[in-house]
Structure formats: structure tokens, C-alpha cells
Design a protein around this ligand. Structure first.
Ligand code: S3P
Length: 425
């Protein structure tokens, strides 16, 4: 894969289904009674890992590209897996599924790739243990592989030290298996797909400020869900259209849930010309079409409560900042260090190697933008979001941009490079 400079962008695209919503559709369908049908499912490696794990627990799931049928067996219908549950690269699968496994009356082992085996799991082990689960890190390093002996949970109220939808969701899912009300308070509101979707499946969920609560032992019923396009995938093409000298791009069917739309707010604050069209609700989620035009961008400060709403888009925002005039400061984003790679280091290292004045800080980065970038060999750390953000950087850099692991985009956007080819000239 070689990326070189483009002149412009035009066309209309749809991006693949939302990753968070696709995972949840499979998991919630598996523990509901009856059939769940997902259309627009993200057919990427992470969501395939979720399907494979639930198949190993006796759930019949058929998948043809973005169409998935899940034959759920109810809250207590999963059966003990006879092999390790392999989550691949997926933190969402690991943490959300652990909540379900904590409530299920059998033993299981959850493991994944080298990246997963370095990601912090204490953040779910602590609350799930407080609920009565027997969950341990088999290498005693607070990471996967995890051994989970589930069952006999009791409700808790948990004050989470991190704003994390994966932590919140693990607790709410374990709460389904408790007699009583389980609740989680986060320091800042994280994405709320679990709350929205579980309500659709029939659970009693309430949300107030940054606290979400669930009433245990519900009857969940299979649903038909249209998965909207992933704003995290749209982010690459939003940025590309803003940065291109001549661009007008329509991105159809993008999820614009306010707990996910921080990229749009930041892009506008940087001077981006983006308009929303046909805002609507589909399967409980806000969806719109976005029209993005070439813009002259300037630096900004990104910090505080907006961070969880754009946490996965920070590598892309950093690249936009490199092309924007002036300084961009990103703060309060220490969570970046524990994503698929340490994204503060991966972003700053690659920006520097493209000639950008960028500095890593404890909880973010400082980027002095506006000077030309040059192509380089990108060190992706096999992190899909690093590969895609720097592919977009390469579209406006002098020379050629290459990658040590271009194929890692299969995690969330298998056709990413094809989409670039289709719309760029
Ligand atoms: C996700 C939550 C976020 C996000 C991840 C998907 C989810 O992680 O980074 O890509 O689907 O709940 P955290 O909850 O760890 O912040």
C-alpha cells in the first residue's frame, strides 16, 4: 500500500456499520429469547471475534456480509465453552463479554492477541469481583488471559474511576444477572449504546447525568436492528474532505449519537465546513447524512468532557491539527495510552517522522501545525486507527507514505483503501 498526494475528493459514500453497536447487537441477541436480525453489521475482524465467541457458547449465528441472524437462548441460555474464547484484538468483546460471563453459571477462559494481553482488565475485574464473580488474570498481571467462574452475583453501585463505556457496559450486563438494581456512575458520560440498545431489547434502564442503572433478571426479546454507519470510520473521510484542496463529499447514514459526535464539534471549531442533513432516529440511535467541503483549518484545544465522545478519533484529529494553522492542544486523554496501542506515542512518533512539530504530554499532545508534511514509512503498531489516520495524512504529504502493517485496517474497515481510491482524484 502506497499513498501519494491527491488534488481533490468528490462523491457519496456510506461507511461500514458502527463497531460498538455491531458487537452489542450480537451479544444482546445471544442472551435474549428469539431471533435478532442485524442489518448494516460491521463485517470486520473485531465483530467477527464476538460472533465466534458466542458460537462457542452454543448460540447459532448466521452471517452473510453485513446481515446477521442470532438465535438467542435467553439470559441463562449460554453453554460452557469447551475452548478458550478468543477475542482477537477486541477490547469491547473482552470487557462486555466478561460482564455476561460473570453472570453465567460456568467457567471460561478469555484470551486474545498480543495487544489484548497488555490492555488493563483490572478496571472490570474490580467491579465484577465486588458483584461476587470469581475473575482472575491468569498471568497475575491484570491483563488477559482471564479465567471467569460465573454465577451468584449481587447488585452494586459502582463509582467508576474511568469514563469507559466498556467498563460501564460490563457492569450493566453483569447487573442483568442480579436480583435488584445495579448502577454505575462515571466521572464523565461515555458512549451510551448499551443503555439505548438494552432498553430496546426490553431491559429497564435509567440514566441520569453520568449514572446508568439496570433492573436485574429481565425478559429480553430478540430485535431487528439497523446498525448505522460508524462515525469513527466516517472520521477519516470527514478529515480527508476538509483537508483536500477541492472537495465535496456526502457521507450517508452516519451515527451522530451525542455521546459519539465530538469529532464533528472539534472539526467545526477548527473551521470545518460540515453540514448535517436528514437527522433521524433509526433503531434508537441518531443518524444523519453529512456533507463535508474543503476548509481552511486552524488549531484548537480539545479537553474535558468532550474527550470520551471522540476518544477513538484523536489520532485523526491530531493529523488534522498537523495540517491546520497554529497550535492544537489535546488534554485529559490519558486513556489513549491503553488503547490498541499507546496512541499518544504512536501518533506523535509518526507525526514527527512526517516532519511535524509534535510533543507528547502525560495526557495528550501539543501539535504546531501548518507546515508541509512529507511521506514516510508509518509504524502502525498494528493499530487500525493509526494506519487509517496516517493514510489520510499521506494524501496531502509530499512524496510517498507506506505502512509496516497496512492490513490491520481489517479490524474495523476492511474496504478502507478501496474507498480512498473511489473518491480521490
Ligand atoms: C467502546 C468504548 C471505548 C472505545 C472503543 C469501543 C465500546 O473504549 O475506545 O473503541 O464499544 O464500548 P473505552 O470504553 O475503554 O473508553
Amino acid at each position: 500500500m502506497e499513498i501519494t498526494k491527491i488534488k481533490g475528493i468528490s462523491g457519496e459514500i456510506s461507511v461500514p456499520g458502527d463497531k460498538s453497536i455491531s458487537h452489542r447487537g450480537v451479544m444482546f441477541g445471544a442472551i435474549s429469547d428469539g431471533t435478532t436480525e442485524l442489518t448494516g453489521f460491521l463485517d470486520g475482524a473485531d465483530c467477527r471475534s464476538t460472533i465466534s465467541c458466542f458460537r462457542k457458547m452454543g448460540i447459532e449465528i448466521t452471517q452473510v456480509h453485513d446481515h446477521v441472524m442470532i438465535h438467542g437462548k435467553g439470559l441463562h441460555g449460554l453453554t460452557a465453552p469447551t475452548e478458550v474464547l478468543d477475542v482477537g484484538n477486541s477490547g469491547t468483546t473482552t470487557r462486555l463479554m466478561s460482564g455476561i460471563l460473570a453472570g453465567s453459571n460456568f467457567s471460561s477462559i478469555v484470551n486474545g492477541d498480543a495487544s489484548i494481553q497488555t490492555r488493563p482488565m483490572k478496571r472490570i475485574m474490580t467491579p465484577l469481583s465486588m458483584m461476587g464473580a470469581d475473575i482472575s488474570s491468569m498471568k497475575e498481571n491484570d491483563c488477559a488471559p482471564l479465567q471467569i467462574n460465573g454465577g451468584n452475583l449481587h447488585p452494586i453501585h459502582y463509582n467508576s474511576p474511568v469514563a469507559s463505556a466498556q467498563v460501564k457496559s460490563a457492569i450493566l450486563l453483569a447487573g442483568l444477572y442480579c436480583d435488584g438494581v445495579t448502577s454505575v456512575t462515571e466521572p464523565v458520560l461515555s458512549r451510551n449504546h448499551t443503555e439505548l440498545m438494552l432498553t430496546g431489547f426490553g431491559a429497564q434502564i435509567s440514566s441520569e447525568d453520568t449514572t446508568a442503572s439496570v433492573v436485574g433478571l429481565p425478559k429480553l426479546h430478540g430485535q431487528n436492528i439497523h446498525v448505522p454507519g460508524d462515525i469513527s470510520s466516517a472520521a477519516y473521510f470527514i478529515a480527508a474532505a476538509l483537508l483536500a484542496p477541492d472537495a465535496e463529499l456526502t457521507i450517508h447514514n452516519v451515527n451522530c449519537n451525542p455521546t459519539r459526535d465530538g469529532i464533528l464539534k472539534v472539526a467545526k471549531a477548527m473551521g470545518g465546513n460540515i453540514s448535517y442533513e436528514s437527522r433521524r432516529i433509526v433503531s434508537g440511535e441518531e443518524v444523519c447524512d453529512l456533507v463535508v467541503k474543503s476548509s481552511s483549518l486552524h488549531g484548537t484545544t480539545v479537553c474535558g468532557d468532550i474527550i470520551p465522545t471522540l476518544i477513538d478519533e484523536i489520532p485523526m484529529i491530531a493529523v488534522m491539527a498537523a495540517y491546520a494553522d497554529g497550535t492544537t492542544i489535546i488534554k485529559d486523554a490519558a486513556e489513549l495510552k491503553v488503547k490498541e496501542s499507546n496512541r499518544i506515542d504512536s501518533v506523535v512518533e509518526n507525526l514527527k517522522s512526517m516532519g511535524v512539530d509534535a510533543t507528547a504530554t502525560e495526557d495528550g499532545m501539543i501539535i504546531n501545525g501548518g507546515k508541509p508534511l512529507h511521506g514516510t514509512r508509518i509504524k502502525t503498531k498494528s493499530d487500525h486507527r493509526i494506519a487509517m489516520s496516517f493514510a489520510i495524512a499521506g494524501l496531502f504529504a509530499d512524496g510517498v507514505t507506506t505502512f509496516d502493517d497496512p492490513d490491520c485496517v481489517v479490524i474495523s474497515y476492511p474496504d478502507f483503501y478501496k474507498t480512498i481510491e473511489n473518491i480521490c482524484y
